[in-house]
Ligand binder design. Structure first.
Ligand SMILES: Nc1ncnc2c1ncn2[C@@H]1O[C@H](COP(=O)(O)OP(=O)(O)OP(=O)(O)O)[C@@H](O)[C@H]1O
Ligand SMILES: [Mg+2]
Length: 232
C-alpha cells in the first residue's frame, strides 16, 4: 500500500536563550494509507515535534516531509496553510478550543474554513457532537465542560471536514476507559479508510490494540516499529 506520509531524515532543534536543543536528529517515519499508526516514547523525546512536522506547522532544518504526494517542507507558507486546511485534522495536546464559541461553533471551524455555508457547517458539527456523546452540551461553552468533554470537542473538530490525515496528540489522556474506547472506535471508523490515515501519539497502553502499527521513539529517533498483538 502507498505511503500517505513520508518523513525522511528530519532534523529539527529549538533555540531558547541562546541554548540549542536538538530534538529530531535525522528522523524517518512512514504512515501507510488506511493505517492507524501510534507513536509512543518517553516525555520530551520529540513526539509532538514530529507530529507538528508531519502536520506542516513547523519548519525543518533538514530532511523532507511528503504528505499525500505533496512536499510540505518546500511548499510556500500560504500554499501550506491551504493544504493543511483542506487535508489535515489536528487534536492538540492542549485542546486549543476557542473559549467564546460554543461546542458546535468550535467543531464547525474547519468546515467553515473549507467554504461550507454556516448552516451546513453547523449541521455537520451537530452530528459530530452527537457522535462524541456531547449532543446535550452542543450549545455550551468550553469553560462549562469537563476536561474529557473538551477533549471530545477537539476530536470532533478534527474530523468535521473529512480530512485525509488526522493527527492526534494524546487523544484519550483525560478520558475514562469506556469513553476512550468509544473515541478510538470513532476515530478508526472515520479516519482509517482507503486513502486516509491516522497518527496517534499516546502514553495510554489501553488503546494500543487499536493500532495497526506502533512506532517507538527515543531521543528524537524512531527506534522500532511493531504490530500490536490484536486489533479490535
Ligand atoms: N517551542 C519550543 N521551544 C523550545 N523547546 C521546545 C519547544 N517545543 C519543544 N521543545 C523541546 O523539545 C523537546 C521535545 O518536545 P516534545 O514536545 O516534542 O516532546 P514529547 O515527546 O511530545 O513530550 P510529552 O510526552 O511530554 O508531550 C523537549 O525537550 C522540549 O522541551
Ligand atoms: Mg507531546
Amino acid at each position: 500500500m502507498a505511503d500517505l506520509v513520508q518523513a525522511r531524515g528530519v532534523v529539527k532543534s529549538f533555540t531558547t536563550g541562546g541554548v540549542v536543543t536538538p530534538v529530531l536528529r535525522g528522523t524517518d517515519l512512514a504512515v501507510a494509507e488506511g493505517e492507524l499508526l501510534m507513536l509512543v516514547g518517553p516525555s520530551g523525546c520529540g513526539k509532538t515535534t514530529l507530529l507538528s512536522v508531519i502536520a506542516g506547522t513547523l519548519d525543518l532544518e533538514g530532511g523532507e516531509v511528503t504528505v499525500l504526494g505533496t512536499r510540505l517542507d518546500t511548499l510556500a507558507p500560504a500554499a501550506r496553510t491551504r493544504f493543511r486546511c483542506r487535508n489535515l485534522g489536528f487534536v492538540f495536546q492542549a485542546f486549543n478550543l476557542i473559549p467564546a464559541l460554543t461546542v458546535v461553533e468550535n467543531i464547525a471551524i474547519p468546515a467553515l474554513l473549507n467554504g461550507l455555508r454556516p448552516a451546513e457547517a453547523q449541521a455537520k458539527a451537530r452530528v459530530l457532537a452527537e457522535r462524541v456523546g456531547l449532543g446535550h452540551r452542543s450549545d455550551h461553552l468550553p469553560t462549562q465542560l469537563s476536561g474529557g468533554q473538551q477533549q471530545r470537542v477537539a476530536i470532533a473538530r478534527a474530523l468535521v471536514h473529512d480530512p485525509a490525515l488526522v493527527v492526534c496528540d494524546e487523544p484519550t489522556s483525560t478520558l475514562d476507559h469506556h469513553t476512550g474506547d468509544d473515541i478510538m472506535a470513532l476515530l478508526r471508523e472515520v479516519a482509517v479508510r482507503p486513502g486516509r490515515a491516522l497518527v496517534v501519539v499516546t502514553h495510554d497502553s489501553r488503546i494500543f490494540p487499536y493500532a495497526d502499527r506502533i512506532a517507538r521513539m527515543d531521543d528524537g529517533i524512531i527506534t522500532g516499529v511493531e504490530t500490536p498483538p490484536r486489533t479490535p
